[in-house]
Design a protein around this ligand. Structure first.
Ligand SMILES: Cc1cc2nc3c(=O)[nH]c(=O)nc-3n(C[C@H](O)[C@H](O)[C@H](O)COP(=O)(O)O)c2cc1C
Length: 398
């Protein structure tokens, strides 16, 4: 079997050769390496170079004759970082090894990035006689790093802009909501709006005209600033049209105006109700069911009013439903956020669960109903992130 050659064997093999051969071989090896290799003499004033290999000549453009007897600082220039030079000087003074990345200049004036490592060489007594310098060209890596750094900086700036846009959109969304809830002798109102991380387009509003209340709850398609824009437009239009006689008329007028404004592929779902002291007339443009709890027989009725969202088909004939209410009757209006909130297993909360919960809770106060439903949604969602805004409005007849 062939014997494995160990490192010791190699040293012994080399040692067997005449000294001149050994030196020649080491010299050839040093000349062949791509790295620059330099040795300085610590005993001479200013630590000059006493050896440089061909790799150093190739890297710097200086010949060995050019550099012998000189301190290696001649490679530095105007743009070389002074802190890095100081770092090298300290290491050399303290006779410690160091490794730095330094901008150096070739003989022809062009620059290159030098990964420089300097190691002290000690004699048998421990005195530093020389320093070994190894120079590697890392210009390509540095260029690559600079490109990467630029790309990262751009991405960071872009991300900051997006975060700011989202914050603006959220502020806009919140600014669209009424500051106070209307106070009417026969009506108890409670509202809960939770905005998702990505701003959605939930909206609600009230207008009191004499003792008639006009109420709106809406949900814009899309998210972010786009949704914010259509909500702003809808609020302005609601302010102008709320005095019209019926909710259908208001929906139709808002829809026509939104269509004329030319929002592309952006629509507004909206439910409107006109509430007097004895009845409520409801009309809906693409909003989820509303729920009506009739206190006298303790049942919940779905108020399903099919209708196209606003801004798409202005000629659409909206339906309406009139409910003559009595004391204790309770209404629940909501955006689709609650039915469509998902638990970690991916199941939606769903309309049935909303209806059951509302049936149980409806005899309670409006505030309490909202609190219980919000809590149920929170428990359902658990650790998963809310995907959409959730708006719940409860109105109870006093
Ligand atoms: C062996 C050796 C090799 C060196 N090689 C380089 C080099 O390639 N590039 C460089 O900018 N400095 C190099 N230096 C560092 C400078 O020679 C010098 O130590 C440094 O500029 C700090 O000293 P100063 O502030 O007196 O200039 C080397 C130093 C030693 C000892």
């Amino acid at each position: 079997m062939k014997k494995k050659i160990t490192d010791l064997d190699k040293v012994l093999l080399l040692a067997d050769r005449p000294i001149k051969d050994q030196l020649l071989l080491k010299d050839r090896a040093l000349a062949a390496t791509a790295e620059g290799i330099t040795i300085s003499d610590n005993f001479q004033p200013d630590n000059p170079i006493v050896y440089a290999n061909e790799g150093f000549e190739r890297l710097t453009g200086y010949s060995i004759e050019d550099v012998l007897g000189k301190n290696c600082r001649f490679l530095q220039g105007e743009q070389t970082d002074q802190n890095t030079i100081d770092e090298i000087r300290r290491s050399v003074e303290e006779e410690k090894p160091c490794s730095v990345e330094i901008l150096n200049y070739r003989k022809d004036g062009s620059t290159f990035w030098n990964l420089l490592s300097i190691t002290p060489i000690r004699d048998d007594s421990g005195q530093v006689t020389n320093f070994l310098g190894i120079q590697s060209d890392i210009t390509e890596r540095k260029k690559y790093e600079a490109t990467l750094y630029n790309v990262l900086a751009k991405l960071k700036a872009q991300n900051q802009r997006m975060v700011k846009d989202l914050e603006d959109a959220r502020k806009l969304q919140l600014a669209m909501l009424p500051a106070d809830l209307p106070e009417l002798p026969h009506l108890e109102i409670a509202v809960e709006m939770r905005t998702a991380q990505e701003v959605g387009g939930d909206y609600y509003d009230f207008h009191l005209n004499g003792d008639q209340l006009t109420f709106a709850i809406g949900d814009a398609t899309g998210h972010g600033l786009k949704a914010g824009t259509i909500v702003t437009a809808t609020k302005t239009l609601f302010n102008s049209f709320f005095t019209l006689d019926t909710p259908q008329e208001i929906l139709t007028e808002i829809s026509k105006s939104l269509k004329m404004m030319g929002f592309r592929n952006m629509y507004m779902a909206m439910l409107l109700a006109k509430i007097s002291d004895k009845d409520m007339v409801i009309s809906s443009a693409g909003m989820p069911f509303a729920y009506y709890f009739k206190a006298s027989d303790k049942t919940v009725i779905d108020i399903e009013l099919k209708g196209m969202p606003l801004g798409g088909f202005p000629e659409f004939k909206y339906q309406s439903r009139k409910i003559n209410f009595s004391q204790g009757d309770t209404f629940l209006f909501l955006s689709d956020g609650l039915a469509e909130c998902f638990n970690p297993a991916g199941e939606a909360f769903g309309e049935e669960r909303i209806k059951d919960l509302f049936e149980q809770m409806a005899p309670q106060s409006a505030e309490r109903i909202i609190a219980e439903m919000t809590q149920a949604a929170k428990e359902w969602v658990g650790s998963s992130q809310p995907q959409d805004d959730k708006t719940l409005i409860v109105m109870k007849i006093k």
